[in-house]
Each structure stands twice: as C-alpha cells, then as structure tokens.
Design a protein around this ligand. Structure first.
Ligand code: KIV
Length: 309
C-alpha cells in the first residue's frame, strides 16, 4: 500500500517481466474508477479490464457479446483511478480473430481510447501471428490459454482444460504465444501440474486463475475476491471478504431508516437558511454546504472540483 501524499512509481512491462521466478505478481480485474482506486491503493501490480465485464457488469451469461467500444469505455474509467498498477485491456470476441490487421487496429484503439498500457487476447498457435503483429506495432501483449471463455461454445462449457493428452496442446499454445512476443500469459482453469510445466518452459511470467500455485502470479475477478458475486462460484475463486452480505445489510438499514424517518438526521442535513447569516452579496453565485469524509464543509468559499475525491 502507498501513502496518499507519495506519488507511486508506475509498474512497467520490464518490471513485470523481471518478476519471472521472483516475487509473485498480483493481478485483479476492475471495471470502473472506484474499484480501480481501491485495487491500486492496495498495491495490486496489474489491473485487467476483462471482457468478464459482460458477465460481472452487464449480467450476460457469456463474454461473447462484449464490444470493443464497451471495453474502451471501461478501460478509460479504470485508467483514471490507477496511479501505480499496470493497466491491461482485454480484446473482446471478434475484435482480433478475423486477421492480424484487425488485431493491430483493435489493440491500437484500446491503447488510444482506453488509455491501456497493454492488451490481452485469448488463443494459442492460431493467434501467434496476431500477437507478433501487435507487439511489432509497439503494443505489449498478455496471452491467455487454457479455458478461453470466448470459445465457451467450442469447448462445450466453462470447464477445466488440459486434462490428459490435451496438456500438450496447452503447452504448445503457451510457447507459441510467448515466442510471438507476449510479455506475460494468463493460464486459466488447467491442472496445477500442467501450469507448472508451462511456467518452467516459458521465460515470461505466467499468471494463473484456477491453475495452481506454481504460476508466477495470480489473477482474480474483483467481485469474486470481495464476495460481491451471487450464484455459482468457481472453485478457484477464493473470497477474501464478504462485502456482498455487508452491502445487503447496509442497503437494508438505509431502507428501514428512510421508512422510519431516522435518516436523514441533523448531522446529514444542511443548516436551514434561518440559521445561516448572510455573508454574500446577491450577485455572488450561491454556494452550498457539503459533507466530505465525515466533516462538514462550510461552503461560503467554493472548494476545488477535485475535493470530492
Ligand atoms: O476477462 C477476464 O476477467 C479474464 C480473467 C478471468 C483472466 O480474462
């Protein structure tokens, strides 16, 4: 964690590459400014605006309908909340599969419009040329093999990949993406021994999600990690908090207090006009009183806009 008055050093691609086999990399997804600020303050190294936003934010059953414009919109919001962490934007379904040219254009859009610092794409040998071309354009790439949610229909559902002989394909795919120039690779839902083999075979960091402890880093979806998700939870999605229950309790308390009239009390209400001496001339713009972080500002003098944050 970093103090609020110290500008943290930005995590760079070379920093992350240098973590291979060393201090593990912590990566978390985020989809908006508020979450981005929290994960950054906590010292997370990489923040992924995943196309999982289709399921987490939009309530879809797969990531397939997510568009490049939607990704750029969420990446922009997250970028504004990050001071230290490296920002990765996910290339959504059909924004890169068509051709290496399409992949370069889509990656460029996420860098320019989404303020991303790298892009992630799913696939193995079949996208090696796409990765190579994006990297050649100066855009750092994170690969993603194993369970690839954009291929959920081809895979027959969200299930563990790389069992038995299929382990060789996961390894070959990871090697192809690394050789094409990716600087890191996500390994999703594969047996831990397969992830360990991939990790040993590559000179770039592996970041696991449901891939065991041998990876060079771990990634989780923020809402799973915080216990905000409802419904089915994958086995790997450890809850580090139960904020969902706390949120329901807090919303419930709000409902009760609104209905009973206990909220708002005097502490959450501006002074009535009758109790505020007039200190301004009629031509001065009207200013309000605001509560900021538990303290009440006396708004006779307007505060700068960024005071709210
Ligand atoms: O979209 C996503 O959130 C991801 C992570 C699960 C790695 O790809």
């Amino acid at each position: 964690m970093y103090g609020s008055n110290v500008a943290p050093k930005k995590v760079t691609v070379p920093d992350l590459r240098a973590r291979k086999g060393g201090e593990k990399i912590a990566m978390v997804t985020a989809y908006d400014y508020t979450m981005a600020r929290l994960v950054d303050e906590a010292g997370v190294d990489m923040v992924l605006v995943g196309d999982s936003l289709g399921m987490v934010v939009q309530g879809l059953s797969t990531t397939i309908p997510v568009t490049l414009d939607e990704m750029a919109y969420h990446c922009r919001a997250v970028a504004r909340g990050l001071a230290r962490a490296h920002l990765v934007g996910d290339l959504p379904f059909m924004s890169y599969q068509v051709s290496p040219e399409q992949a370069v254009e889509s990656a460029g859009k996420l860098m320019k419009e989404g303020a991303c610092e790298s892009v992630k794409l799913e696939g193995g040998q079949e996208v090696a040329e796409h990765v190579h071309r994006i990297v050649r354009a100066g855009i750092p790439v994170v690969g993603h093999v194993g369970l690839m949610p954009q291929s959920v229909h081809a895979l027959g559902g969200f299930k563990v990949q790389g069992r038995g002989d299929a382990a060789e394909k996961v390894l070959a795919d990871a090697i192809a993406v690394a050789q094409a120039g990716a600087f890191a690779i996500v390994l999703e839902a594969i047996p831990p021994d397969v992830a360990a083999r991939v990790t040993e075979s590559l000179s770039i960091p592996t970041i696991g999600i449901g891939a065991g402890a041998a990876c060079d880093g771990q990634v989780l979806v923020c809402t799973d990690l915080l216990g905000l998700s409802r419904g089915h939870q994958p086995k790997f999605a450890k809850r580090f908090a139960d904020l969902g229950t706390q949120a329901v309790e807090a919303f419930g308390a709000f409902v009760s207090q609104v209905r009973s009239g206990a909220f708002p009390a005097a502490a959450h209400t501006y002074k009535p006009n009758s109790a505020t001496p007039r200190t301004t001339t009629p031509s001065t713009p009207r200013v309000l009183r605001r509560d900021v972080g538990g303290e009440v500002d006396d708004l006779d003098t307007p505060l700068p806009l960024d005071h709210w944050h």
